[in-house]
Design a protein around this ligand. Structure first.
Ligand code: FPP
Length: 260
């Protein structure tokens, strides 16, 4: 008997993360080090996005979440924001067909109402085109913030309770999760942040309660398959305990081995 311990969670050396979430930091510094405008870093960053998506899909990762633009990124210089918006649009136009051919399902999370109508339409069209795909789910967090997500989930629950005239709605974790932008998606197993900073920066705050963090000093445009393998290897050598003790996990694993 495993006494409710998630044995798979503690297996070392073999398991692939099912969901990888990435903060792609360091585009600006990459460009500055090369005496290029910051925006050149974002263009180079989009190539690293393509490498990462391809590698994760090949490796059987089920969900890849990329933090493309935070709720706070509007504070950047106007020209940089404009160039980022243009880059999202051109990248979508260029990549969606190939993503669709590779059975990738695209999902955008965040408050898309702030984007131009053209970008909103393109986002909707890409989601509709790829919505039935059964391969990797690629989540692009755009105008997303973890706090925003928690607030909009709370708002939805309140609206439901009002509509149902339910003054005693019991808010369970499962019910709350169903109202988050990531409803139906398992929480990230591995969180990678490039660029050396050790912050979560308002990414999936609720969803990353038990996510394994991997910090890389590599600047995002330089990120490639080798660094990704390094992050996955580090993850595979962590023992995930979810509140249990290490002994409980090990004993549950031994029991499972004996049962086989
Ligand atoms: C953070 O680096 C990066 C961003 C805010 C933008 C991320 C965008 C891309 C990687 C481009 C394409 C993405 C998609 C999904 C098409 P930074 O500018 O904060 O770097 P710094 O810390 O060195 O200044």
């Amino acid at each position: 008997m495993n006494a409710g311990v998630d044995v798979e969670a503690g297996t070392v050396g073999v398991r692939m993360p099912k969901h990888i979430a990435i903060v792609m930091d360091g585009n600006g510094r990459w460009a500055q080090a090369k005496h290029l405008p910051r925006t050149a870093g974002h263009h180079a960053g989009s190539k690293a996005v393509r490498r990462t998506v391809e590698y994760c899909a090949q490796q059987g990762v089920e969900v890849l979440s990329l933090f493309a633009f935070s709720s706070e990124n509007w504070r950047r210089p106007k020209e940089e924001v404009e160039i980022l918006m243009r880059l999202f649009m051109t990248t979508l136009k260029q990549e969606v067909k190939r993503l669709n051919e590779n059975k990738v399902r695209l999902l955008f999370i965040g408050d898309r109402g702030a984007f131009s109508q053209a970008l909103q339409d393109k986002i909707k069209e890409s989601e509709q085109l790829t919505g039935e795909n059964t391969g990797m789910t690629l989540i692009i967090a755009a105008n997303y913030g973890g706090r925003w997500d928690i607030c909009q989930a709370a708002e939805r629950l309140i609206q439901q309770a009002v509509a149902n005239n339910d003054g005693h709605l019991k808010v369970t974790e499962a019910l709350f999760e169903d109202s988050l932008a990531t409803a139906g998606i398992a929480d990230p197993d591995l969180f990678i942040r490039t660029g050396g900073e050790k912050r979560i920066s308002n990414f999936m705050l609720w969803q990353m309660a038990y996510t394994e963090f991997f910090n890389s000093a590599v600047l995002w445009p330089d990120f490639n398959e080798d660094y990704l393998r390094e992050a996955i290897f580090a993850y595979q050598n962590r023992q995930r305990r979810f509140g249990h003790t290490g002994e409980q996990i090990e004993s549950a694993q031994n029991n499972t081995k004996n049962e086989l």
